[in-house]
Design a protein around this ligand. Structure first.
Ligand SMILES: C[S@@+](CC[C@H](N)C(=O)[O-])C[C@H]1O[C@@H](n2cnc3c(N)ncnc32)[C@H](O)[C@@H]1O
Length: 221
């Protein structure tokens, strides 16, 4: 059974590209790379994920919505997107207020605020092109009835949350992808790669963001 993470303390830290992130001392885990939160998100999820999708509208599922950084960067592309963010333990308002993502991304329409003002469990229009459903639920418990073109797998690492790096969950995510759909994660562990392959993903090992040698991308073929 998963430990309730709502009770864990969280500290805001500054990563090497100047963008903030969150550190969870009890787990000894960060929400993003300490080499650069925005840098990592742009490389892994936008560059290796979203930029590889040519169809529109694009349906995206994010596992681990967290601070909403991936969501903001995705929204800022201006592309036509439905974004389903799954998060079991939403970040508290006072922590969100300390994050500097709007200042560093040219978010002059305050989309970061709109993303966080949006109600949970409700399909909301953030911009004419961007719809967001924030879903407060454990990813293991959700029933995925719709199909997605792209999955951002941004859970805490396998050391911290082994139960999320599991073929049973990978199978569920694989089933929820369209043919040619893409799954991206910052993680490059051999066991993760093999488990993803075992449920059907065609896996590529790609260069990681600065500070990280590799990352993984899977396709449903
Ligand atoms: C690496 S952080 C996510 C970073 C996030 N994408 C961002 O840009 O801030 C992992 C997230 O997974 C969430 N999480 C942990 N267990 C979960 C679960 N069982 N189901 C869904 N989300 C979970 C955590 O609360 C945390 O927000």
């Amino acid at each position: 059974m998963e430990k309730d993470q709502n009770r864990l303390s969280r500290a805001v830290i500054t990563t090497k590209d100047g963008s903030k992130s969150i550190f969870v001392p009890e787990l000894d885990e960060h929400y993003h790379s300490v080499h650069g939160a925005i840098q990592e998100a742009l490389h892994v999820f936008i560059g290796m994920g979203l930029d590889q999708c040519s169809n529109e509208p694009i349906r995206i599922l994010e596992v681990g919505f967290g601070t909403g950084l991936n969501c903001l960067l995705t929204c800022l592309t201006g592309r036509e997107i439905f974004y389903h963010g799954v998060e079991a333990y939403p970040v508290q308002r006072e922590i969100l207020n300390k994050l500097n993502y709007s200042e560093l991304t040219g978010d002059n329409k305050s989309l970061f605020k709109s993303i966080h003002k949006a109600s949970w469990q409700s399909d909301e229009r953030i911009t004419p092109n961007f719809r967001l459903l924030k879903d407060q639920v454990l990813i293991q418990e959700i029933e995925l009835t719709e199909q997605y073109n792209l999955i951002y797998f941004d859970a805490f690492g396998p050391r911290v949350q082994k139960e999320l790096w599991d073929p049973k969950l990978y199978r569920k995510l694989y089933s929820a992808l369209t043919i040619n759909g893409i799954f991206v994660t910052y993680c490059a562990k051999g066991q993760v790669r093999r488990d993803l392959q075992s449920v059907g993903f065609k896996i590529e090992r790609l260069p990681g963001p600065p500070g990280k040698r590799e990352m993984l991308r899977g396709r449903k073929v």
